[in-house]
Design a binder for this molecule. Sequence first.
Ligand code: NG1
Length: 392
Amino acid sequence: MVLAVNAGNLSGAPDMTTAAEVCREFEHRRGRPPAVLVRAPGRVNLIGEHVDYCGLPVLPVAIDRAVWAAAAPAVRPCVDTMLRGAGSEWERYAEAGFRAAREWLRPAGEPTSAAGADVLFHSDLPVAAGLSSSSALAVAATLVALEVGGGSVPAPDDAVARLRLASVVAEAERGSAGTRGGAMDQTASLMGVAGHALHIRFVPHASVQPVPLPENWRLVVAWSGKSARKGGSARRVFNERVAQADEIARYFGAGPAANALGSVLPVSGAKLPGVLKKRFAHINGEARRTHEAVAALRARDPGRFGELLNQSHASLRDLYEVSTPRLDELVNRALGAGASGARLTGAGLGGCIVAVCEAGAVRRVMQSLEDAEPFVARPAAGAEARSPAREG
Ligand code: NG1
């Protein structure tokens, strides 16, 4: 049974006592301590936007804000009871996680009739802000269900298993939420490495290469004030973009975009009809920019890296048409205050921007965004199950 989903807000620094508080809150509500504690980070995507569902590489960072889940085996209910209880928007993502865990356990022949769990979710990650709180919630629910359901969470260094799990969670999330995204968010949440950005490739098979973020670079995140929740019209626009990418792939005789568009690039989109030409120009350009951004990051060149971020934003605004005037304004303010680069992050149509700047400029950049609840996001390790006893 899902006890509660506590939505975080944007203000304030991440609370270092979150783990202990979540455990205490669980005990307060349930009269017994949790047996399991899980942390699943959100992500900021640095570049490679609206291309994961085309099978093209992306460069997100798992951040130091997360969805937490404390849980203990329930006395009576089973996993199916948890599923029946799921109804609200956020519970749908928990449901996706429970379903992913079942999928994960089934092929291994492990029992799926485990006793179910009481779960308390808490988020210190801003919700519906384009920082992937939904996937973090789905990942947290997956790990909780694995721990309580008699399976085990793949170790952080078991990349093969974690990548496979990310794709199972992504599939379950698509089923529950009705959106057709790629697997960037779930992969970032499961594969994060402290201090590193994640160069994720999906084709021919999923892989992640951590790239160190220079110590004097800062990632400032600011909220446009508009929810990026993928319900209603945002979901329609998102799915329309995925359908257009599919159409482009078909045009090149490549089958669904998720499997093959990456393998036909670069080609000329000159003959594509109507709006597809613009969409393709973004996808093609973003693939090139992401490639170059990884090189600029390795070269520790904030000027070049920032330039590529700015180009990505312009492309998302003009060619992919997923920015908003407020996102554009925040990007311009950050640049005016000395950021090396800035862009909308995530699906767009609301949500957040990310600005990259050197440490010396961070105060000015934060000030320029002060009405947008800015915070500095730090690259964090991927999702984990911890012993609640340790949190005391
Ligand atoms: P957000 O920003 O979390 O809604 C969505 C997709 C990603 C990716 C980005 C755009 C989901 C769960 N997430 O992210 O896979 O396509 O948009 O780059 O669908």
